[in-house]
Ligand binder design. Structure first.
Ligand code: SF4
Ligand code: SF4
Length: 481
């Protein structure tokens, strides 16, 4: 019997969740947390409202204020503070929080998801269309927003912040208004960071598990109280769970219960938790494009590419590429001495897409080779594709840590007040932890795929190479060349 089939059968036994009998780590703490959040469920409205108002202030107020002086710090001017709050606090802390509490940001705090859900109560509640339900939609959403964020300069300009965050808020509300019946179609299918948080939540220390599990695959259904369309009795994966506590009823025998676990446990035993090929491709593509988004600022090769592209365009007689494009598509801020032309737009997008395709090809090759080698040694009946998808998850920690260190670098800057070298030291430690965690996960996944002891050595090597490649490709983006 395969390991996943055995786990399915075992999982179909009702779970005792009272007191110290609750499965998982720290059962008493898990029980207390569950009781606390269930009791506060009705008050979450006020938390969402507070975050919604703060979010509006952070993204729109800087547009109404005069330009901050060059030397202004985060406490000298609201525009500087808003930028730090978004990129130095919100972004890195939300991603780091996933390790400790899963997608708690989504269920407990996120104003965008909550606004989409409020709108849903007022709208016509149409069925969610098939194009939106396609599993590639959130991948496209992430890629588009990441590209647009770079060409607009979303980390530097308040206008770009207002367009990206304000635009997605507006679309979230419209999608919520029109589609789904008491659901969050936006969060499940379209949010640009929903899938990212979902993949990384598989590393997290919190999960919600059914008390009366049923065997079967991870189905999408609208006939469920879950706002993200999870078929609750068959839930094994964390990825779509936004931790809204709506399915948790401590006094009842059914529903789900909160379980604490060792970070990374779900990926170590990924075959038991509905691995998904779209998620793995997203991990490859998303890591590659985010990497390209950093490296065009750090690597001289970007300028070589830009020069080559300029010559090629001018050879064709396309001199219009030297003109600035529309301000909704690229950074046009003459007062701040930054004006992108179409040439910049194509060079930045091309560089990012090139890195995306290159890194995806590399990770797909290393994973394919690992999967093939694992199949030579193992006897558990898994097909090559199943091994490939399972092994693809090993890159999650190194990708996540790199993203947090790269995009959230501002979080570490205040440490320089204690010692100028402290930010670099802390970032290095985080970076190494992510890298080694990926190597460890690769080994654990191979073990679950039925490889014993030294049998794992050879199939682990391509995966190690992939993790090292991701780690060192981020190095110039995080620490400089
Ligand atoms: S999926 Fe996106 S919009 Fe929805 S709650 Fe999470 S972060 Fe917010
Ligand atoms: S599984 Fe439960 S806690 Fe998770 S999103 Fe669905 S209803 Fe909310």
């Amino acid at each position: 019997m395969s390991t996943s089939l055995a786990a399915e059968r075992l999982a179909a036994i009702p779970v005792q969740v009272q007191g110290a009998d609750r499965p998982g780590c720290l059962p008493k703490l898990a029980g207390w947390l569950e009781g606390f959040f269930v009791a506060q469920r009705e008050r979450l409205f006020w938390v969402h409202l507070a975050f919604f108002l703060a979010f509006l202030a952070l993204i729109f107020l800087p547009l109404l204020l005069p330009e901050p002086p060059e030397e202004a710090g985060i406490f000298d001017h609201f525009t500087r503070f808003a930028n730090f709050a978004l990129w130095g606090l919100w972004f890195p802390l939300v991603f780091l929080s996933v390790l400790f509490s899963g997608r708690s940001w989504c269920g407990l705090m996120c104003p965008m998801g909550a606004a989409a859900e409020w709108a849903n109560r007022k709208g016509p509640q149409r069925p969610i269309p098939a194009w939106m339900r396609w599993e590639g939609t959130p991948i496209l959403s992430f890629l588009l927003i990441t590209l647009l964020g770079q060409t607009l300069g979303v980390r530097d300009h308040p206008e770009a912040i207002a367009e990206i965050f304000g635009g997605t808020l507006l679309i979230a509300i419209l999608v919520g208004f029109f589609y789904g019946r008491a659901k969050r179609a936006w969060c499940r299918h379209l949010c640009p960071i929903g899938l990212l948080l979902g993949v990384f939540s598989r590393l997290g220390a919190v999960q919600f598990a059914p008390k009366k599990p049923k065997p079967g695959s991870d189905r999408w259904t609208e006939k469920t109280p879950c706002p993200t369309m999870i078929d609750l009795p068959r839930k094994r994966a964390s990825r779509h769970c936004i931790q809204c506590f709506r399915c948790v009823h401590p006094e009842k025998r059914g529903g789900l219960f909160l379980q604490l676990r060792r970070p990374g446990e779900e990926i170590e035993r990924i075959q038991d938790h509905h691995p998904n090929a779209y998620e793995v491709w997203f991990l490859f593509l998303g890591t590659g494009i985010a990497l390209g988004g950093f490296l065009w600022l750090a690597l001289p090769s970007y300028w070589d590419l830009r020069e080559w592209a300029a010559n090629w365009f001018f050879d064709q007689g396309w001199f219009w590429v030297g003109e600035p494009g529309p301000a909704w598509l690229m950074s046009v801020h003459p007062d701040r001495r930054e004006v992108f032309t179409w040439l910049d737009f194509f060079s930045i997008s091309g560089f990012m897409l090139g890195w995306m395709l290159g890194l995806t090809a590399l990770l797909a090759s290393t994973t394919a080779l690992s999967a093939w080698l694992a199949g030579r040694f193992a006897q558990d009946g898994l097909r090559w594709k199943e091994r490939f998808v399972g092994l693809g998850y090993q890159y999650a920690p190194v990708a996540m840590v790199s993203l947090v260190l790269g995009l959230g670098a501002a979080l570490f800057q205040p440490l320089a007040d204690w010692h100028p070298e402290l930010p670099a030291l802390v970032k290095t430690l985080f970076f190494l932890a992510g890298l080694f965690w990926s190597l460890w996960l690769g080994d654990r996944i191979l073990r679950q795929q039925g490889l014993r002891g030294v049998q794992r050595f050879l199939p682990a090597l391509p995966g190690m190479l992939g993790s090292l490649a991701v780690g060192f490709a981020w190095w110039p983006g995080i620490f400089g060349v």
